[in-house]
Design a protein around this ligand. Structure first.
Ligand SMILES: *[C@@H]1O[C@H](CO)[C@@H](O)[C@H](O)[C@H]1NC(C)=O
Length: 247
């Protein structure tokens, strides 16, 4: 465990150094495009990706909506069957420009899988109570809340002290009604598609849930290690490296 920690940290620092000094490694190269191409070259990844893209873009006859159920099911199949090496690379590819960031944000076809077609965000606690009525969503959410629980006392920022576990749990929510996604082309900030309006006296509970995605030191681990502030992208590079080393 110590060895894997050291090597993960080493990779992390190496990347941040190269980025802050010369941008030689990543600038100009679209890592998300590259991850998508790598997926396409591996038959299982390419075909399961085509399946979800089709399921998530196909219009229900006689309407201009997609079938979100089918889209979610196809996304879950992709994430459950494709080796993490490919699936986590397309979900968490590091970006230094908005073209890459846009591709990353659109990876899960958010217009169908993430946003409601009406464009109105539900309340996060309502979303959570819908989720809890569904066995799969309930257990995926419980995994996320437990494996991504932040802590100021551990070096990783995670109570369970494993960013790999948190990353997998985050991916496990994709394809449920609590699907999170990137909210911008120019950062790696993530959020659920919901807000806390109308939470009444449960407002604090709602904020706590929302902030598990938007302000989570466990998801943002490794930023604490270095002298300067890393971008969220660096963090994900480290986490993916960490996940690979541990498996
Ligand atoms: C991302 O970029 C595209 C193309 O420039 C733009 O249409 C879209 O609104 C942007 N989305 C976000 C969330 O910034």
């Amino acid at each position: 465990l110590v060895t894997s920690w050291v090597s993960a940290l080493f990779i992390c620092l190496l990347l941040s150094l190269s980025q802050s000094s010369s941008f030689m490694q990543l600038d100009g190269e679209n890592q998300c495009l590259k991850a998508a191409q790598d997926c396409g070259l591996y038959e299982k990844c390419g075909s399961l990706r085509s399946e979800y893209v089709l399921a998530c873009t196909k219009r229900v006859p006689g309407s201009n909506r997609c079938n979100q159920h089918k889209c979610h099911r196809a996304l879950r199949r992709f994430l459950e069957r494709v080796p993490e090496e490919y699936s986590l690379s397309v979900l968490f590819c590091p970006c230094t420009n908005t073209l890459c960031g846009e591709r990353r944000r659109k990876t899960i076809v958010p217009s169908c899988s993430y946003q409601e077609m009406e464009g109105l965000q539900p309340n996060c606690l309502h979303q959570q109570s819908f989720c809890r009525r569904d066995d799969l969503c309930r257990s995926r959410l419980a995994d996320f809340l437990s494996n991504c629980q932040p802590s100021l006392l551990t070096t990783s920022g995670c109570l369970k002290d494993s960013a790999g576990l948190c990353l997998r749990a985050y991916a496990g929510l994709i394809g449920t009604i609590m699907t999170p996604n990137y909210i911008s082309n120019s950062s790696a900030d993530v959020s659920l598609w919901c807000n806390c309006e109308g939470s009444g006296n449960q407002w604090q509970d709602c904020l706590r849930l929302q902030r598990m995605f938007t302000h989570n030191t466990c998801l943002r681990k490794y930023t604490l290690y270095t002298g300067h502030t890393l971008s969220f992208d660096d963090v994900f590079v480290c986490i993916v490296s960490d996940g690979r080393i541990n498996t």
